[in-house]
Each structure stands twice: as C-alpha cells, then as structure tokens.
Design a protein around this ligand. Structure first.
Ligand SMILES: [Zn+2]
Length: 214
C-alpha cells in the first residue's frame, strides 16, 4: 500500500473493498451488491462513492463489474486510453472536492486498442501520415499516448514488440497518469494529498486487477 493511501482517511478501506470485489470477480463469485430498489432509493439523498476510477472506454473494462460494486459505489470517468485530460480531471476533482471520495484509481488494461493504435503510429505502421493534413482524432489520441509507448520501448525490456509492448505501455501510461493526477490532488497549502491516487492494471484474460508501484 502506497504512502498516499495510508495518509488519506478512508482510502485503505476503499482500496481493500475494491480488491476484495475484484477477487470475487476473478473467482466467478460475484455478489452484485447494492443494486436493488432499496439502494436506489437510499441514494436519492446523495452520493458518497468510495472510489473514483479513471478507466478506458473499452466495453470489456466495466469498473462496476470487475470490482463487483453497486449503485453509488464508484464515480467513474471513462474515455479511450484512460487519459487524464482537463475535463476528466475536472470530473475527478468534483468527486474529491464535493463528494469526499478518498481514492482515485487510474485503471489501464491489457489489449488496449488506444495504446495499440499509439504503438502502431509510433513505429510508422499506422495509417499513412500526411504532414499537411489536419490531424484526426485518432492521431491526436496516439500523440497523447506516445510518451508511454516510448517509455515502454526504452524500459527494462528494450525490444518489446506487439502485445508485450502494448501491455507494458498500458502499465506505463497508468503510472504516468496517476503521477499527473497525484500532483493536482495535493493540497496547495500543506502538500498533503486530498485523495490517494493509485495506478492499476486489469488483465482481461484472468480478470485480475494488479496494483502498480508509483
Ligand atoms: Zn483501452
């Protein structure tokens, strides 16, 4: 458990609950908790999600399912490549400032299409580039993800290619995104974190979520 998590009241319990839910998901022993009419009614009075998730838009990476959570448990921001852009940050800030969410999880995943596109663009095997053409949205996405791809290429296992490179880059990108969010979640006056920020990686084959070192 990182220093951040230990320092923020409520964060250790939130993280433990997420990981317990994921263990149920991996084992096929989901409880589907807090998804009934009573819960729906209870939430009319307000929400206090235990964690905020920045995840990928990929249809296979649904946080409420892989953490076996219910209504009102998670504040989820999803977009392709789980990129912490300004609007994503604004949403996450809202969860921390106004809903009191103590934990932010940046969730990368295996076989990420956005990272795959970025890796292809970086090695020139993507769609042909015309320097005069206006960049497509996909090209802009690839540009944002390129530093993580380059970090993966130059990391502990240089020469990585294909699926190995993509999954390594997804880990790098989750770590980098968490670091960027961590600095914006620190209290300006004291430097203490207002919310703990952790990076995690979801393996589609096993269903398991792995916490990544900062
Ligand atoms: Zn993805």
């Amino acid at each position: 458990m990182t220093q951040d998590v230990v320092r923020v009241p409520g964060a250790p319990a939130s993280l433990a609950a997420l990981m317990a839910g994921n263990a149920r998901f991996v084992a096929g022993a989901m409880q589907h908790p807090r998804q009934d009419p009573a819960r729906r009614e209870a939430l009319l009075g307000g929400q206090h999600p235990a964690a905020a998730i920045l995840g990928c838009a990929d249809s296979r990476i649904a946080p409420e399912l892989i953490f076996d959570c219910g209504l009102g448990d998670l504040f989820v921001v999803r977009l392709a490549g789980n990129i912490p852009d300004d609007l994503a940050r604004a949403s996450l800030e809202y969860a921390v400032e106004h809903l009191g969410t103590p934990l932010l999880v940046v969730l990368g995943h295996s076989q990420c299409g956005a990272i795959t596109a970025a890796a292809s663009a970086a090695d020139g095997s993507g769609s042909g580039e015309d320097p005069c053409a206006e960049r497509t949205c996909a090209e802009r996405l690839a540009e944002v993800l390129r530093p993580a791809v380059e970090e993966a290429r130059g990391g502990d296992a240089p020469g990585l290619q294909g699926a190995g490179l993509v999954d390594c880059a997804a880990r790098c990108h989750a770590r980098r995104s968490a670091a960027a969010l961590r600095s914006s979640m620190a209290c300006a006056a004291s430097g203490t974190p207002r919310a703990a920020v952790v990076a995690a990686y979801y393996d589609q084959a096993s269903g398991r979520v792995e916490l990544l070192d900062p």
